[in-house]
Design a protein around this ligand. Structure first.
Ligand SMILES: [Zn+2]
Ligand SMILES: [Zn+2]
Length: 271
């Protein structure tokens, strides 16, 4: 498919698979007729999770991509997935402004200094309280941080909530509306993250539709691949969902500028 996955992790992310080399992604992109690659490795500054304490040396990272670009016809774009924490805002800004990124994804992997993956964030909270607190942190982020293009997996908290499909969207709609209005007002976008598996995406359909209804334009599709075989996982499904929510275009980013791609041109007719 001739759309460039906008969320890809390589071995420069601490949680990527060993086969997630840039070279293997280039081969996979050729196989899938994806005419470009966007790398968005993790940079989680001041993460409380030991695995994410260190991130790559981006001088070397950019140098390596430049070197590889000489030997491949596929355009290589360099983005980053920033794990945002308010206490680290200045360091994050300095880091982002140091490098010529094509795309900056802002994600919340940790809230109140507590990690989701290991469950610390959920201790002493009910499910509804966890969801509520998560969205408060997202709102605080979009109100106080502007140095990003796309908000990553905006309802990420739902990954960790078993009864996700039953989560009471209406109970959180007010704060979600505030978040989306702020994102739209600041000319930022969100992604349709396909990593969760077939027929379940981040965000949920209700949130995606609300984003469109509020005037949201910029939408990317990202598989959040940590291995080349997931480069375009569930993309046709995601395109149909985006279309159903009212979108005609999805976007790719170059030099932090959105470029529209027509969904109709990417959809493969189902027989
Ligand atoms: Zn993420
Ligand atoms: Zn990611």
């Amino acid at each position: 498919m001739n759309y460039i996955n906008q969320h890809t992790h390589t071995i420069y992310s601490p949680d990527a698979y060993p086969d997630a080399t840039i070279e293997n992604y280039i081969n996979e992109a050729k196989k899938l007729s994806q005419n470009g690659l966007m790398f968005t490795d993790h940079v989680d500054i001041d993460s409380p999770v030991p695995m994410f304490f260190h991130y790559s040396n981006y001088d070397q990272y950019f140098a390596q991509i430049k070197e590889l670009q000489k030997t491949t016809s596929i355009p290589l774009y360099t983005g980053v997935e920033i794990g945002y924490q308010p206490k680290s805002r200045e360091t994050i800004n300095t880091f982002i402004n140091t490098y010529p990124f094509d795309l900056v994804i802002c994600s919340i992997h940790v809230a109140d200094g507590l990690d989701f993956y290991y469950g610390d964030f959920f201790n002493n909270k009910t499910t509804e309280e966890s969801i509520k607190r998560y969205f408060e942190v997202v709102l605080d982020t979009v109100e106080n941080f502007n140095n990003y293009d796309i908000f990553g997996h905006i309802d990420y908290i739902t990954r960790y909530i078993k009864e996700i499909d039953d989560y009471d969207f209406s109970q959180h709609q007010e704060i979600i509306t505030k978040i989306l209005k702020t994102i739209i007002k600041n000319n930022k976008g969100i992604e349709l993250n396909t990593s969760k598996g077939y027929q379940q995406l981040f965000p949920t359909f209700k949130l995606l539709k609300l984003y469109k209804e509020l005037g949201g334009t910029y939408l990317t599709i990202g598989s959040d691949a940590h291995t080349p075989s997931k480069l375009q996982q569930n993309f046709q499904y995601a395109l149909r969902v985006a279309k159903q929510a009212g979108f005609d275009n999805i976007y790719i980013y170059q030099k932090r500028t959105p470029v529209a791609v027509s969904i109709d041109q990417l959809l493969i007719e189902e027989n």
